[in-house]
Design a protein around this ligand. Structure first.
Ligand code: OVV
Length: 401
């Protein structure tokens, strides 16, 4: 335990992690933050930050000190009201969180995914067949933004009309974890209708029988949660389930197109596909950051963080920390990626990770079986977001196998 005055001075970095240059290409900035120390202060956000693997992981593990119920963005819910009622999973602490999470874990089960797999596989194969026939396509517009939308809304049992609002809604939700900046204003412009659509789509009357959405209401019928909570839990599926996998798949294809030798390893050994997806998540993590809020004074790496402080955790930087990873900036699909924090860590670790992995596996396999080589035909275009490393366009040409 440290005595007052014993704490080391925390480096104060004049970097705005939510400005356009940083968000567009964050990795050199991550190096600076990691190298500055285990904990830094960012004036631009008025928050502490950690970017090293060990401290990020320790903070995620210690959910009592680094809580989520005060929000996992810049906003402190103890002081200000968020734009939507807090998520009962992401923005909750135990015991509430554990009750809702156990419920949802029973719905997003291995058994459920095993049943869905054949249908999802057929759709992945159909889609990739069509694209390979075309030879030239956009791996985002024609593939990564299409595939999750072919399977996920049906899995939830969403109404058919208005599904195009899902990506807009995710943009708004993930921008909202950052400050009210240009990226948020420009990114959210014209997308406001998505908020109302999602609120309606989560209601029992608008959900189809047999989907994961209705399964949440059936759990409510059994007394596992209230019907108001059920609506908000369905909202979590819609918030977290689309843009994350869209960009996860987009990044995998981008990484493979940019590393032909790695793609050839996958071609000659398609059983590497799950590793390839995992490595692409480590190498270019879709969810770049989340905040926590301290519930008490805490010491981290010789630095003192007072109670009630926002702490920005750079998941994507932890995934490239040279203190933990061998040649972290190299994309190598045969690497052991276990322990990466692209899905987070601890009690909040991604509920949908098995869904994401299955989507990545099915698309990766469909490509590896049909495509001899992938070539970028133009510069990839990023889509800036306060939380997601997102991609708008990856023009490619493929050579059929
Ligand atoms: C992981 C995540 C991101 C965005 C929203 C939610 C979860 C939610 O639970 O609403």
């Amino acid at each position: 335990v440290m005595k007052p005055g014993e704490a080391e001075v925390v480096p104060n970095l004049a970097i705005d992690p939510f400005d356009k240059v940083f968000l567009g290409d964050p990795y050199a900035y991550h190096d600076m933050i990691r190298e500055a120390g285990p904990v830094v202060w960012l004036d631009s956000v008025g928050a502490f930050a950690m970017a090293r693997y060990e401290e990020v992981k320790d903070s995620l593990r210690d959910h009592e000190t680094f809580c989520s119920s005060r929000g996992v963005g810049t906003l402190d819910f103890a002081k200000e009201t968020p734009f939507r009622p807090p998520s009962l999973l992401l923005e909750a602490d135990p015991p509430l969180h554990d009750r809702t999470r156990s419920m949802m874990n029973r719905i997003v089960s291995l058994k459920a995914l095993k049943e869905l797999r054949p249908r999802w596989q057929a759709k992945a194969e159909e889609l990739v067949d069509r694209l390979v026939e075309r030879r030239r396509f956009d791996a985002v517009k024609d593939l990564s933004e299409i595939f999750p939308m072919m399977i996920f809304p049906d899995t939830i049992g969403l109404r058919d009309d208005g599904r195009e609002h899902l990506l807009d809604y995710a943009t708004i939700v993930f921008n909202a974890f950052g400050p009210d900046n240009d990226v948020l204003r420009e990114g959210n412009e014209g997308k406001e209708a998505a908020i109302e659509w999602v609120a309606e789509a989560c209601k029992r009357d608008n959900l189809k029988e047999g989907g994961w959405g209705m399964a949440v209401f059936e759990a409510a019928d059994r007394g596992e949660c209230t019907h108001e909570e059920a609506e908000r839990l369905v909202r979590s599926f819609l918030s977290a389930g689309v843009d994350t996998t869209v960009n996860g798949i987009g990044h995998m294809v981008l990484a493979l197109a940019g590393h032909p030798e790695e793609y050839q390893k996958l071609r000659s050994n398609p059983s590497l596909v799950r590793r390839a997806f995992e490595e692409s998540l480590r190498w270019d993590s879709t969810v770049q950051t989340f905040f926590r809020t301290t519930t008490k004074r805490v010491e981290v790496g010789g630095a003192e963080i007072p109670e009630g402080q926002k702490v920005l955790l750079f998941l994507a930087a932890a995934n490239r920390d040279p203190l933990h990873w061998d040649e972290p900036d190299a994309f190598r699909i045969e690497r052991n990626t276990s322990g990466h924090v692209g899905f987070g860590f601890g009690i909040h670790q991604c509920l949908g990770q098995m869904v994401a992995r299955l989507e990545g596996e099915l698309i990766g396999t469909a490509i590896a079986e049909r495509v001899a080589s992938i070539r970028l035909t133009g510069a990839p275009v990023r889509r800036l977001n306060n939380t997601l490393h997102a991609i708008d366009s990856v023009p490619v040409e493929v050579e059929p196998a």
